[in-house]
Design a protein around this ligand. Sequence first.
Ligand code: SF4
Length: 195
Amino acid sequence: MRTNGSASSGLLSRLSRWPLVRQIADLGMGMEAMSDHTRRWQPRILEADGKVVSVCPFCAVGCSQLIYVKNGRIIDIEGNPESPINGGTLCPKGAATFELLSNPNRWTTVRYRAPYSDHWEDRPLDWAMERIARLVKEARDRDWRERNERGENVRSVTTIASLGGASLDNEENYLIKKLFGGGLGMVWIENQARV
Ligand code: SF4
């Protein structure tokens, strides 16, 4: 009996050293799953010469971020593990804030497609601001309603809308709500951030 027991424990010991068994036992996430190439990788934050604590600009949760800087440029943004709000995590929007500055595919010019045109054109920002302001003023002057058909006070305009994107931050959304809703009387104000 003793001989059989020692033979099986030797077999088990040999089996447990087999890489396939070790990978299955560790769910393939241990050191044995790494190649030499992977082992040489280092987090890019180790190259940073500074770190700044900040707050994600995107929503009212207010997650804390660590912004890593090298030679005056941001090299990474991560969740702050010391924050009681997010405990080192960031949602996909917060994790993508690094791309606000670094993504070479983001648009940096005003793009305009004229009515009935089949192509987009670059236009100066001043031109776009002037055109938007003029069209908003014309629509508000034309369609402003003091009262509805029952004589109730509505003081609003329903032919202008604001459709905001996920990259509008808290302060921008606050100003949009104040200016468009309270100031211009617009009813249709929508954005992704839900503040
Ligand atoms: S957008 Fe995401 S990361 Fe930013 S504050 Fe809100 S929950 Fe946090």
